[in-house]
Design a protein around this ligand. Structure first.
Ligand SMILES: [Ca+2]
Ligand SMILES: [Ca+2]
Length: 85
């Protein structure tokens, strides 16, 4: 979906696009850059599927904090890594 050139990973431009989409254009560029470098755990300059999934899980956990009875990997909340690829 966000993987424009279909190479199976998200480069910074693609990641930025996805982050803007997910945040309804509210994401700050500096914040996106920070998240990108943090998520790129093998530092190859792109976000691959496991890295994106780890990031989304992290975001989901943050969203679920303070809420009861709605956790679990198949919860209705949050974006799915598969939707982005
Ligand atoms: Ca790509
Ligand atoms: Ca990477």
């Amino acid at each position: 979906m966000v993987d424009m050139d279909m190479d199976g990973v998200l480069n910074f431009e693609e990641f930025t696009m996805g982050a803007m989409m997910l945040s309804n254009n509210n994401a700050e560029p500096e914040k996106i850059a920070a998240i990108f470098s943090k998520s790129d755990t093998n530092a190859d300059g792109s976000i691959d599927y496991p890295e994106l999934e780890a990031l989304l899980n992290m975001l989901r956990e943050e969203n679920n904090r303070g809420r009861e009875g709605r956790d679990g990997p198949d919860g209705p909340d949050g974006p799915n890594a598969q939707e982005l690829f």
